[in-house]
Design a protein around this ligand. Structure first.
Ligand code: PMV
Length: 342
């Protein structure tokens, strides 16, 4: 059984695609996978939460990603991969990267390969490219390593030492988005106004560098303010939505030290930094009709909760944020639709 965790980007999403460092944390919920030899001469199959979702011969995105990973991993015989996941799809919490990493690790385990972070990251990235086009690699790094990382594209992730565990609350805005579409829309803004874009990247670079100092000093109030400032730049890139703004406002009113979208935006999730107990923030979100959960982040990767084992054993577990096979994409705001079409 192999694991990978979900992730939340505290600061620096999108800018990380353009070479700016970002801060990311592993979540204490994620994905577990096991690979078993398939009956001889049959094709490889992938099941998620007991549903057969792809075979290596199909042509939808999950199957293409599965095939890309298998092509890299080159298992000596067909495999049956079984996955249990508690991460919402297309929501910015690293579901696809966690799947890619867990499957890569499960394949290595099935064929008794020695552990190799670089190999697993490379295999998972081939899976990610199908969904993301131009992934920075931040999601796969967080999925594989957990903890709290400073990530710069093309460099190994740098684990950060936290003064105390971080208490986060994460809410789902109600619909997902396509990371590829959102990343492309930001790239178009870069093309249109390169000088302005460069200044925005510089601003995020300094937010991230100050956030790193705040994290290491245990200055959570400072960290929260920096997250709020990052949200303003992300909103300027038309990545926010009415629901995201509502979630951020509800969180701040309920005592969050900072709140912002996490991941690609255009839907997906909001991450709030809690001043200890996440209860009031979760309560405010649930009162607004949103689904949410809390997560505690330590410097070192934490184990996964027992629900993973229960899910694999076929027990029904009530997950308000359920894994879905297809990303439910809803048109973004009028501004975002215009930006995407431009
Ligand atoms: O796929 P998501 O929503 O978790 O977003 C990943 C973070 C981005 O910076 C938007 C893309 C990337 O590859 O870094």
């Amino acid at each position: 059984m192999q694991r990978a965790c979900g992730k939340a980007i505290l600061l620096g999403e999108h800018a990380v695609v353009h070479g700016v460092p970002a801060l990311v944390v592993g979540l204490d919920r994620g994905v577990e996978a096991v690979a078993l030899p398939a009956p001889s001469a049959s094709e490889s199959t992938l099941s998620i939460n007991h549903d057969l979702v792809a075979t290596s011969a199909q042509d939808h995105d999950l199957a293409l990603a599965f095939r890309a990973l298998l092509a890299e991993a080159a298992p000596p015989s067909p495999v049956q991969v079984q996955v249990a996941s508690a991460l919402p799809v297309g929501a910015g919490v690293g579901s696809s990267a966690a799947l890619g990493v867990a499957i890569a690790r499960a394949l290595a385990e099935a064929f008794a390969l020695p552990p190799s972070l670089d190999r697993d990251l490379a295999h998972a990235l081939s899976w990610e490219r199908i969904f993301h086009g131009n992934p920075s690699g931040i999601d796969t790094a967080a999925a594989a390593c957990g903890g709290c990382l400073l990530y710069t594209r093309g460099s190994p992730a740098e684990p950060l030492r936290l003064r105390s565990p971080l208490s986060l609350a994460i809410a789902y805005s109600g619909y997902g988005s396509s990371t590829r579409t959102m990343v492309e829309s930001v790239a178009r803004q870069k093309e249109r106004r390169p000088a302005v874009f460069a200044k925005q990247l510089d601003a995020i670079r300094s937010l991230v560098s100050n956030a790193r100092l705040a994290l290491e000093a245990g200055d959570l109030v400072g960290l929260g303010k920096l997250m709020d400032l990052n949200q303003m730049i992300l909103a300027g890139w038309m990545l926010s939505t009415g629901e995201i703004e509502q979630l951020c406002a509800l969180a701040r009113e309920a005592g969050a030290l900072g709140a912002k979208l996490t991941g690609a935006g255009g839907g997906g999730c909001v991450v709030a930094l809690c001043d200890g107990d996440p209860g009031p923030i979760l309560g405010a979100w649930r009162g607004g009709g949103f689904t949410c959960f809390a997560s505690t982040v330590s410097s070192l990767r934490r184990g996964f909760a027992p629900w993973h084992r229960a899910m694999l054993a076929g027990k029904k577990i009530f997950l308000r944020i359920a894994v879905r096979k297809n990303v439910q994409e809803r048109p973004c705001s009028a501004r975002q639709r215009e930006a995407a079409a431009a």
